[in-house]
Design a binder for this molecule. Structure first.
Ligand SMILES: *[C@@H]1O[C@H](CO)[C@@H](O)[C@H](O)[C@H]1NC(C)=O
Ligand SMILES: *[C@@H]1O[C@H](CO)[C@@H](O)[C@H](O)[C@H]1NC(C)=O
Length: 308
């Protein structure tokens, strides 16, 4: 399961000097660097599962590999870039066509419409209003509101500078961090009011709250099983189905690749209780990949979760 590669911000604050016109591509579009990140990840996956452990054959076959993407351009493009590297050794392309991209086999990428995608985007308002209601409830607890209020200095700077409608909620922190962190990834110069100290505090505040908004334990509440069920239960169920089919011999697929978002990875790891241990309290990075491997030892099956 991977997050798409580096993209442009999905939106930004009113006074941001870096507008959509600055980027020259739509909001949230996969960047060429993001394509390169995914290509590099596909190479690493090929080394792991095709070369070092010959689990998947070097020749593409739909009997062995299944790719499923969220219906976002950046996700399906990421899957294509990733699989281009994974199957760069596959002889399944025409070699007598002028200008055919070198060693490129087109790999099928399955998807479903965004607002029906409970498997990869169950935490989105268009997909599951119930999840959003539970999240809103969670943001209203006394302990969480106290945490937000304790960040009054940050919120004051945000409201004095962004030009957005007044907002003293956690959303103001998370939204601004989402924009600024991407601009930082692109090595852009940030406005003067974004001092190093401000940015560091913003990151700390974001990271304290972000997993909690997905249902993680925190601020006096335990992990919220209903939120987890809605955000990631369908993905977990699909995987368990995949495993059962492999174990009862009705499927020969060896490699399932899922292309989603930071929250897709965050939700499943929070649900399994391993998010903090695997990657700490931060948003999963662009192109970060989590592997779930089915192993058998002495006739007992195990799942190995890793962050390779
Ligand atoms: C930003 O700078 C770093 C360090 O020089 C570089 O590795 C990275 O590729 C740059 N990012 C982009 C998006 O150009
Ligand atoms: C194999 O497992 C799948 C998933 O649980 C199930 O739908 C299917 O009926 C099973 N088939 C056989 C032959 O056991």
């Amino acid at each position: 399961l991977f997050r798409h590669g580096l993209r442009t911000p999905t939106k930004t604050y009113t006074n941001d000097p870096y507008t959509e016109a600055f980027w020259g591509v739509p909001w949230g579009e996969l960047s060429t660097q993001g394509m390169a990140q995914q290509f590099a990840q596909g190479k690493r996956m090929r080394k792991m599962y095709v070369e070092d452990t010959p689990l998947v054959g070097p020749k593409y076959s739909r009997y062995e590999t299944y790719v499923r993407s969220a219906d976002f351009p950046r996700c399906s493009q990421s899957a294509q870039a990733n699989l281009a590297a994974f199957y760069a050794g596959s002889p399944t392309f025409p070699n007598d066509v002028t200008d055919w991209p070198s060693n490129w086999t087109p790999i099928p990428i399955h998807t479903v419409p965004h607002d029906e995608d409970h498997v990869l985007e169950g935490y989105e308002p268009e997909v599951c209003p119930k999840f959003i209601q539970l999240k809103i409830d969670r943001l209203q607890t006394r302990e969480f509101l106290d945490f937000v209020a304790s960040n009054w200095k940050l919120l004051y700077v945000i409201n004095a500078n962004t030009g957005d409608p007044e907002d003293y909620t956690f959303g103001a922190i998370a939204q601004l961090f989402a924009s600024l962190s991407v601009e930082k990834d692109f090595n852009l110069t940030l406005p003067d009011w974004v001092t190093d100290e401000f940015y560091a505090d913003l990151e700390i505040a974001n990271n304290k709250g972000v997993d909690y908004t997905l249902g993680e334990v925190g601020f006096g509440l335990s992990m919220n099983p209903e939120m987890i069920k809605l955000s990631t239960g369908f993905l977990l169920n699909e995987w368990i189905g995949n495993i059962k089919e492999v174990l009862n011999g009705t499927s020969s697929v060896k490699y399932y690749a899922y292309s989603g978002h930071d929250a897709t990875i965050g939700s499943i790891l929070i649900g399994l209780g391993v998010k903090d241990e695997l990657m700490g309290p931060t948003n999963p990075d662009f192109a970060s990949t989590v592997a779930f491997e089915l192993w058998e030892k002495d006739s007992v099956h195990y799942i190995k979760v890793s962050f390779p």
